[in-house]
Design a protein around this ligand. Structure first.
Ligand SMILES: Cc1cc2nc3c(=O)[nH]c(=O)nc-3n(C[C@H](O)[C@H](O)[C@H](O)COP(=O)(O)OP(=O)(O)OC[C@H]3O[C@@H](n4cnc5c(N)ncnc54)[C@H](O)[C@@H]3O)c2cc1C
Length: 208
């Protein structure tokens, strides 16, 4: 059965696009996605880590995971990545808004099966989530690899939406004497905290 995915923007269509480079930039800037799927008529949306490898999104999880098992057997999904870039303070509640970038990728995932591809996919994930780390850490054992499922979702059917810039108030509201503008928002890493059982004399690597 052919499933038609509706990626045509209706609301605020000027904020939307299907630009591949724009989608990749937004995907590469994030680490967290939300994976949506429907089981027995009930939608579920689960937060997960991800990485982009060329034209595919990689996600991983336990072989026992309901999500991984169902997606591996062909259940369609929608993966969404969102960046919150700021609160937009308009002069009315109606026109108050958020600045954001988001991508939705729709389709059917492929289960990564070969041991070699599983290993390289895990490296891609680690490199994206913790740049510089994969050459330091112990590789997964065969048992660990067997306990891990990896899924690859093609970045073929997707949509991008973003809002940037100041509030868009009604002309009639511009004379209201209250502050209007944008409070930018961004996610930053905090100061690293050493593990309590860290061996003495182990310094922090530069990539932190
Ligand atoms: C951080 C953030 C906060 C938001 N807050 C609100 C809010 O409070 N209220 C609100 O109404 N809307 C909000 N939006 C916008 C919201 O995501 C939808 O775009 C909007 O509600 C229109 O939904 P719709 O189903 O009518 O879209 P339609 O235009 O009917 O959607 C059609 C298709 O366009 C694409 N599309 C729509 N939205 C997005 C998107 N965000 N990213 C990528 N592709 C998309 C999809 O392919 C979708 O199937 C927010 C978006 C972000 C990223």
């Amino acid at each position: 059965m052919t499933i038609k995915v509706d990626t045509k923007f209706k609301r605020e269509a000027e904020r939307g696009s299907h630009d591949h480079a724009q989608a990749c930039n937004i995907l590469d800037a994030g680490k967290l996605c939300h994976v949506g799927f429907t089981l027995d008529g009930q939608p579920y949306v689960l937060p997960m880590a991800y990485a982009r490898r060329d034209e595919e999104l990689l996600i991983h999880g336990s072989v026992a995971s309901r999500l991984m098992k169902n997606l591996a057997s062909g259940l369609r999904c929608c993966v969404t990545v969102t960046h919150f870039d700021g609160m937009v303070y308009a002069r009315s509640t109606f026109y108050s808004s958020m600045n954001y970038r988001s991508v939705m990728v729709f389709g059917m995932a492929r289960l990564v099966t070969g041991i070699d591809e599983k290993k390289t996919s895990i490296q891609v994930l680690i490199d994206h989530l913790m740049p510089g780390r994969h050459t330091d850490v112990r590789d997964s054992t065969r048992k660990e690899l067997n306990a891990t499922s990896l899924l690859s979702l093609p970045i073929e059917t997707f949509s991008v939406k973003q809002r940037t810039g100041p509030p868009e108030d009604l002309k009639a509201d511009l004379s209201t004497p209250i502050w209007a503008g944008v409070v930018p928002a961004r996610q930053v890493n905090g100061e690293p905290v050493d593990a309590p059982d860290l061996l003495p004399d182990v310094g922090r690597p530069d990539y932190l």
